[in-house]
Design a protein around this ligand. Structure first.
Ligand SMILES: Cc1ncc(COP(=O)(O)O)c(C=O)c1O
Length: 396
């Protein structure tokens, strides 16, 4: 066992697909596997809050079970949930998003895999704006496609990230799709409407799919919701928008999300649901209705807490002389560069062993992350203060 990960690929030829054999283990997972179960670890590596799902949502799941909602649902998702997602999305983005464009999925990850299955043929090239949570890049590889990374540009002068439109323009002709995650994990970067319009124009001209991962759309601090491609497009554009209950309502373990697709393709996506999971968990879907209907107060409180945690994180990290932290505008991560670190995975293992704080190596999020580290600051101020106290000697 290396770094807590079993090495199960033996010399014997089990006829596993080459691409599957060569899938990378996520460096985040390697750190986590080493840390989990050890005493006194402060885990800042995973992308989730440390608060449990609010009890009114859990109660709705219990009620659904008590009422016997324990059977398969239709592939699209239970109609009442599809209807409420349609109302919620239409009202957030001031654009009618019909129920006939929505399919409920087993969370954002499953939606991304289904998106890949729907459009990626072997050798297709897909642009991924990086740094980014790596799982969609692995979906592309599983399907036999090729990832073209186009990194965000870090600007020293205003300490923010910017989309490299020129590079996208150069590559767009050869690609099937572009994957954009905004608000972004790990940087906190958020695309603006002007940039979305430029991307949309390029994609319309070249008949390129946009896969917009908007799972952090509500984790924003100066507005109610992040800009969405839904606002600029119509039901015939080559657009898929991936969303999730995980982040907005603290439901990571529930595995519930949705995807919005062109209306005429819904039935293809329903088939893919059928051949992946048939339908997401029925009682979880009933709880999803309650999350959307009654979850706004919870969200407001969570965002206020996250705002405080973000401030604490920025203040603490900016006191460390080795750290350069671009402003994390949205989502709940701080992605920072550490001077004189050239192998972030090795550095994270060293930090874990010397301080007990679990960090996520920048190499998890695409090439170019060797000097970079991500922390998830969706934790209590007390825990964050303890973590920063421990990190002081290694980051100063
Ligand atoms: C950018 C991004 N997209 C999608 C997901 C998937 O989340 P889930 O499968 O829990 O909905 C995550 C989870 O961390 C994420 O960071």
């Amino acid at each position: 066992m290396a770094n807590g990960c079993y090495n199960l690929i033996p010399n014997k030829d089990f006829k596993i697909r080459k691409v599957i054999k060569s899938l990378e283990t996520s460096p985040i997972r390697k750190i986590a596997n080493t840390a989990i179960g050890k005493k006194g670890i402060i885990p800042l590596y995973f992308g989730e809050t440390d608060i449990p799902t609010p009890s009114f949502i859990s109660q709705a799941m219990k009620d659904a079970l008590d009422q016997g909602y324990t059977f398969y649902s239709v592939n699209q998702g239970i109609p009442a949930l599809v209807e409420i997602i349609s109302k919620y999305t239409s009202s957030l983005h001031k654009k009618n998003i019909a129920p006939s464009r929505i399919m409920v999925t087993s969370a954002g990850m499953n939606a991304l895999m289904i998106a890949s299955e729907a459009i990626i043929d072997p050798n297709d090239k897909i642009i991924c704006i990086t740094p980014v949570w790596p799982n969609f890049m692995r979906c592309i590889e599983i399907m036999g496609g090729e990832v073209i990374e186009i990194p965000l540009i870090y600007s020293n002068s205003n300490n923010t990230w910017k989309l490299n439109i020129e590079e996208i323009r150069k590559n767009i002709k050869d690609v099937k799709a572009i994957y954009i995650n905004s608000p972004n994990n790990p940087t906190g970067w958020m695309i603006n409407t002007q940039e979305q319009m430029e991307i949309l124009e390029l994609c319309r001209m070249n008949k390129t799919w946009i896969i917009s991962d908007e799972v952090y759309e509500r984790i924003v601090y100066d507005r109610n919701v992040a800009p969405s491609f839904l606002e600029l497009t119509d039901e015939n554009d080559l657009l898929m928008v991936v969303n999730s209950f995980s982040k907005s309502w603290a439901m990571t373990g529930w595995r519930l999300g949705w995807i919005i697709v062109p209306e005429s393709l819904l039935n293809i996506f329903e088939k893919l649901n059928e051949f992946n999971v048939a339908s997401p968990s029925s009682p979880a879907q009933y709880a999803g209705i309650t999350a959307i209907n009654d979850g706004e107060d919870f969200l407001k409180t969570m965002i206020n807490n996250l705002r405080n945690s973000r401030e604490l994180t920025i203040n603490s990290l900016s006191n460390f002389s080795r750290v350069i932290l671009p402003f994390p505008e949205a989502a709940f991560y701080a992605y920072f560069k550490v001077k004189d670190v050239h192998h972030s995975e090795k550095f994270c293992f060293e930090v874990l062993s010397s301080t007990g704080v679990g960090l996520a190596p920048g190499t998890s999020f695409g090439t170019g992350g060797n000097s970079w580290i991500r922390i998830c600051y969706a934790k209590s101020p007390d825990l964050l203060n303890q973590a920063f106290e421990k990190l002081k000697p290694v980051l100063s």
